[in-house]
Structure formats: structure tokens, C-alpha cells
Design a protein around this ligand. Structure first.
Ligand code: FES
Ligand code: FES
Length: 202
């Protein structure tokens, strides 16, 4: 007990600490937004009905409102080419195109993607099966080993060229730096992008 504590103050502080440590006081505050705090918990978990446009097809889904676009694609739509590497926006394995721009699908909520055109690696080739020039270039230049990062690399690479960020080797390296390859196939990836960019009309 501190020199200035009265017995009542000590009991009050101790009661607070015990309650907090046991989760009684803290639990209602953890993991909820200010709006959530006023919503019944069953309402937060109620599925939301959304419509996604994935690779030119319309898909209607019922998902938890907190579902990321990556999980919606993999677990609900069934397109599993986009990979979950870190789930924290740090590796690029989950890269897809949303309205033609590259996006880390692990950082985007599925509900935010409603009404937008989503393209995954499965939607990159022509309907007749002809590979996109970037896909062909990755094969030609042997730009992968285990392949886990490859779909994200290819989606980012296509965007990199379309953005006009593939003018030099250094620029390609810079604008592809968000896509990690644990197999360190970087020189081959750069070579593939340099091959594909001329065929993409850039
Ligand atoms: S899984 Fe999305 S950035 Fe790593
Ligand atoms: S090819 Fe293995 S992580 Fe890139």
C-alpha cells in the first residue's frame, strides 16, 4: 500500500486490476469498433450478401462482413491461384487486379470489391487458352522455382508494364519490390518482364 492510499482506495484499485486481468472489464472493448460496441454480437456475425465480378463472371456470395477479398476468392468463389503468403500486405502473393489496377487482396474487404471488375491469374489467359504474354515470358525465362509467389508476380508484372513502370531494369526492380520471392528468382522475373513488355505494346 502506498503512503497516501486509504484502505478504500486500495480496495477499489485492486478490484479494478483483478477485473481487468480476468477480462471482465476489458473484454467488451477488445476488437470492436465504436459502432460495433452498440451492435448485438449476432448482428456483427450475420452474413452479408454481395455480388462480385470475377474474371468476367458474376458471383453471388454470402460472407462475413470482415472477409477479405483474398479469402472470398479462395474460399467462396473457388479460384485459388491468388496465394496467401503473409496475410499482412507484405509479400505480394495475393496480388490481383481490381478495375485494372494491382491490389493486395489480403488488405481489401470483399464488400469493398462489390461492383468492381476483379481479375485473378485464372482470368489472364485468352478464352481460347492462349497465355498472356507475361505468363509465356515467365515460362520462357524460367522465372519461378517453387511457384508460390508466381501468380502474384505475374499480376504485378502486368500492372507494372501497363503503368509505364517497366522502362528500365532498375525501374522494374523498384516497381516490383513489393512482390517477394523466397526462391530469389528475381533476375529471371526481370528478364521475363523485359520480354513481355514489347509484346504488350509498351
Ligand atoms: S498475402 Fe497479401 S501481401 Fe502477403
Ligand atoms: S518461385 Fe518460390 S517464392 Fe518465388
Amino acid at each position: 500500500m502506498g503512503m497516501s492510499d486509504t484502505p478504500n482506495q486500495t480496495v477499489s484499485r485492486r478490484s479494478f486490476l483483478v477485473a481487468t486481468a480476468s477480462g471482465v472489464a476489458a473484454a467488451p472493448l477488445v476488437g470492436k469498433s465504436a459502432n460495433d460496441a452498440h451492435r448485438p454480437s449476432n448482428q456483427i456475425r450475420d452474413p452479408v450478401h454481395i455480388t462480385l465480378r470475377v474474371n468476367g463472371q458474376t458471383r453471388r456470395l454470402s460472407v462475413d462482413a470482415r472477409t477479405t477479398l483474398l479469402d472470398a476468392l479462395r474460399d467462396h468463389v473457388g479460384v485459388t491461384g491468388s496465394k496467401k503468403g503473409c496475410d499482412h500486405g507484405q509479400c505480394g502473393a495475393c496480388t490481383v487486379h481490381v478495375d485494372g489496377k494491382r491490389m493486395l487482396s489480403c488488405l481489401m474487404l470483399a464488400v469493398s470489391a462489390e461492383g468492381r471488375e476483379i481479375t485473378t491469374i485464372e482470368g489472364l489467359a485468352q478464352p481460347n487458352g492462349q497465355l498472356h504474354p507475361m505468363q509465356q515470358a515467365f515460362i520462357d525465362k524460367d522465372a519461378f522455382q517453387c511457384g508460390y509467389c508466381t501468380s502474384g508476380q505475374i499480376m504485378a508484372a502486368v500492372a507494372c508494364v501497363k503503368e509505364g513502370h517497366a522502362n528500365t531494369t532498375e525501374q522494374i526492380r523498384e516497381y516490383m519490390s513489393g512482390n517477394i520471392c523466397r526462391c530469389a528468382a528475381y533476375p529471371n522475373i526481370v528478364a521475363a518482364i523485359e520480354q513481355a513488355k514489347s509484346q504488350m505494346g509498351s
